[in-house]
Design a protein around this ligand. Structure first.
Ligand code: UN1
Length: 502
């Protein structure tokens, strides 16, 4: 029987092409392993090279397209995404597993980012400042870098690629895009939308395949000027090493071990709502997921009893069923890994309050589900409080004071997101000053960043860059300082204007 599975291709120099390897990988629905969405090429370094060359060639003309025009193309992409929001969201849920409501949120985030790019095209501003010399003009202008290598994860299949693609392109760069191998089809649809919106051939190149061959192929390619990567700190470190050696700009958004502080004066209903959403939304597969609760001893018993009540009622199942609250993990390997951390947690002496095993009842047998899990009696330095699990596992740490809570929160090598539940404005402001994270929420969950504000973290979460909002445009542009001397004579800075006052 010939295979009838649909095949999705690479996009190089404006053409949809197979990989030269002739190899393919299957893409399956994590909620139903028998449901094959299609096949994508397993590309190699040769495909990467062709993509980089196409991007280098296209850069020559794309960089000269006026930025507002480039922005307009992003605006058209926003309009197409909006038209196809429902279709894209359903595809996203089928490919990645998050519940449909969140799939829609993911696509909405990419629409918002494209709309922001439409405006940003008219505001790629530099600065004009007075010169220290007469008849001289000083300013900065922005310049694109060249070819950007964009490597995106599977947990936000449209939002995170959009954080990279839209600003990179609006700034005048061309790109080679490698989406996660768990979510290649949604990524292909994004690239088709960019093509339809009018991005010229060669400006966006898509290469499917694994992180080793294709991802590192892009990172190590001498024709690539910049790498933007979202994923694990381990891979981020390897990417940064290669970029460091080659003095290549690299922007990294890596792991998180986000904590919520629940103080003794907190609105407990709010804290419970936020904890459930932060820990078990997206099945815990967000870099911003709440994986630690740091709770004051006075309210702990009440907080936990309300939490357990609610967690027991969470409905697991395929994300396309709109009554479901928690979808599957993205693949079989993730179930094993999450369970491995749970076993380590048990061995460390933590007390399991609920969950702690794969969920396999009825329809759940078909996919990769894990029960929402809560551990009590976790210490800030324990394995459960230190390692990024990237699954529905929440660890509870008990503290006796605000200072102890902040210390526990900051006892992490990661620093992405944090939150504090308190009614005391002084504590809220102290937290704003003292947390070691790039994002802080007061009286809200650790998840839910908005596209038009900077997104990123401290410590091992990244290397100082911020995606989202205006700061993304700094990642994708060089600053060129320009002096125009209209005096008609040689004027020496720091010398000719210092003759009198020394
Ligand atoms: C991520 O988890 O990698 O702030 C991104 C949030 C989302 C983006 C998360 N808007 O939770």
């Amino acid at each position: 029987m010939p295979k009838t599975t649909s095949r999705y291709l690479n996009f190089i120099a404006g053409k949809w092409v197979e990989s030269r390897t002739g190899k393919w990988s299957e893409d399956r629905n994590p909620a139903d392993d028998g449901d094959v969405l299609g096949e994508v090429p397993r590309s190699d370094a040769g495909d990467v090279d062709a993509a980089v060359k196409a991007a280098q060639k296209a850069f020559k003309s794309w960089r000269l397209v006026p930025a507002p025009k480039r922005g307009e193309i992003m605006g058209r992409a926003a309009a197409i995404l909006r038209e196809r929001k429902e279709e894209m969201s359903k595809l996203l849920t089928r490919e990645m597993g998050k519940v449909l409501e969140e799939g829609r949120g993911d696509v909405q985030e990419s629409i918002d980012t494209a709309v922001y790019a439409l405006g940003a095209g008219t505001r790629l501003m530099g600065e004009t400042v007075p010169s220290e010399l007469p008849d001289k003009f000083a300013m900065t202008v922005r310049a694109p870098l060249g070819v950007c290598g964009l490597i995106s994860p599977w947990n936000f299949p449209t939002a995170i690629p959009s954080w990279k693609l839209f600003p990179a392109l609006t700034c005048g760069n061309t790109v080679v895009f490698k989406p996660a191998s768990d979510t290649p089809i949604v990524a292909t649809e994004m690239v088709k939308i960019l093509e339809e919106a009018g991005v010229p051939g060669g400006v966006v190149n898509l290469v499917h395949g694994g992180g080793g061959e294709v991802g590192m192929g892009i990172v190590n390619h001498p024709g690539v000027a910049l790498i933007s990567f979202t994923g694990s700190s381990e891979v981020g470190r390897a990417i940064a090493e290669s970029c460091g050696k080659n003095l290549k700009r690299c922007s990294l958004e890596l792991g998180g071990k986000n904590g919520s502080i629940v103080m003794d004066d907190a609105d407990l209903d709010l804290a419970v709502d936020g904890s459930i959403w932060g820990a078990f939304g997206t099945t815990g597969q967000r870099c911003t997921a709440t994986s630690r609760i740091i709770v004051h001893e006075k309210v702990k018993a009440e907080y936990l009893s309300r939490m357990l009540d609610r967690v027991k009622k969470l409905k697991l199942g395929p994300g396309l069923d709109e009554t479901v609250k928690v979808g599957p993990l993205v693949n079989a390997g993730r179930v094993k890994e999450v369970h491995g951390w749970v076993e380590k947690g048990l061995a460390s002496g933590a007390k399991l309050l609920c969950g702690g095993k794969p969920a396999t009842n009825g329809v759940l047998k078909k996919g990769w589900y894990y029960e929402p899990t809560i551990f009590d009696n976790v210490k800030a330095g324990d394995v459960l409080a230190q390692e990024e699990i990237f699954g529905p596992v929440l660890s509870v740490i008990t503290v006796r004071s605000f200072d102890e809570a902040i210390d526990a929160l900051n006892n992490s090598r990661y620093g992405l997101s944090a939150s504090i539940y308190t009614r005391d404005v002084n504590r809220a402001f102290r937290a704003m000053r003292d947390v070691e994270t790039g994002i802080l929420y007061v009286n809200s969950s650790t998840i839910g960043a908005e596209n038009h504000l900077p997104f990123g973290g401290m410590k091992d979460t990244g290397n100082g860059h911020r995606e989202g909002g205006w700061t993304a445009y700094d990642i994708y542009s060089e600053t060129r300082t320009v002096y125009v001397d209209y005096s008609g004579k040689l004027q020496r800075a720091q010398i000719d204007n210092r003759k009198v006052d020394g």
